[in-house]
Design a protein around this ligand. Structure first.
Ligand code: ADP
Ligand code: MG
Length: 263
């Protein structure tokens, strides 16, 4: 198989008061070890549902989720997650927040090593000097940086990010994109990024998956042409403009606003 994450033919419906609500219907997604996939699609199409399936918080009605060669059949503590709202605990310092997963997921690291690891991650994302602050003392962008450290502190099998930069202003968001690249270089991870920002998907991922409208299936997969060290300037080349146009077109199809057949 060779993939770290494999989602095959997943179908899922939620039980609601007015009957079953089909959300996913034929979702396929494969991410090789060290790969970074971005998932884009219309609002409400089932993107967050996908993150719950990967973390094993929910079982699909049909289809399979494989992680590290094992079928996901229950909650997986080795999935790192970060969300639009960083949900940091106000009664703990930033350092203690980052160390939280190490208290939950069994680790062989000594307390001293755990703290050292958390401190070095905070330095990596530019938060040295903020270790003892409380979450409310940090800006939104800084909280999101801390949240990212917490998501990777226990070296998860896969990092799942659900619109982590959605609430940030454009400049802060671009700073965080650069930080993500730095983190990936120093702390290689396999990741899935849910986003509604097509430029973000192109800049960060090596594969962009467009989901159709609900019930969502994999509608289109794009291999990103950008490789290696990335620079925001690369988003303004004719090649990137073409790629963004293709993705925009796919989103229009997903939203049902375009009759052109998806490839
Ligand atoms: N626990 C649930 N019970 C019933 N419906 C749900 C539940 N969670 C999500 N939904 C519905 O399923 C659809 C997909 O939700 P979600 O995966 O959160 O979409 P997205 O993240 O793409 O916006 C939405 O219409 C949402 O209202
Ligand atoms: Mg969502």
């Amino acid at each position: 198989m060779g993939n770290l994450l494999d989602i095959k033919g997943v179908k899922h419906a939620y039980a609601t008061a007015s009957g079953p609500l089909p959300v996913l219907d034929g979702l396929d997604l494969s991410v090789p070890e060290g790969g970074f996939a971005a998932v884009v699609g219309p609002s409400g199409c089932g993107k967050s549902t996908l993150t719950r399936l990967v973390a094993g918080l929910m079982m699909p009605d049909e289809g399979e989720v494989w992680l590290h060669g094992e079928r996901v059949k229950g909650p997986r503590p080795t999935v790192g997650m970060a969300f639009q709202n960083p949900v940091l605990l106000e009664w703990r310092s930033i350092l203690q927040n980052v160390m939280l997963p190490l208290e939950i997921v069994p680790t062989k690291m000594s307390k001293k090593d755990q703290e050292e690891r958390a401190r070095s991650l905070l330095t990596l994302v530019g938060l040295d000097g903020f270790e003892n602050k409380r979450p409310s003392e940090l800006s939104g962008g800084m909280r999101q940086r801390a949240s990212l450290c917490r998501a990777i502190v226990h070296k998860p099998d896969v990092l799942v990010l659900d619109e982590p930069f959605g609430a940030l202003d454009a400049f802060t968001r671009e700073d965080l994109w650069q930080t993500m690249h730095k983190v990936k270089e120093e702390e290689p991870f396999t990741g899935v990024l849910i986003t509604h920002d097509l430029r973000e998907s192109l800049f960060l991922a090596d594969q962009v998956i467009v989901l159709s409208g609900r019930p969502a299936r994999t509608q289109y997969v794009m291999d990103v042409h950008l490789t290696g060290k990335r620079d925001i300037e690369q988003l303004y080349t004719p090649e990137s403009a073409d790629a963004l146009n293709v993705l925009r077109q796919q989103i229009r199809i997903a939203q049902g606003r375009d009759t052109e057949v998806a490839q």
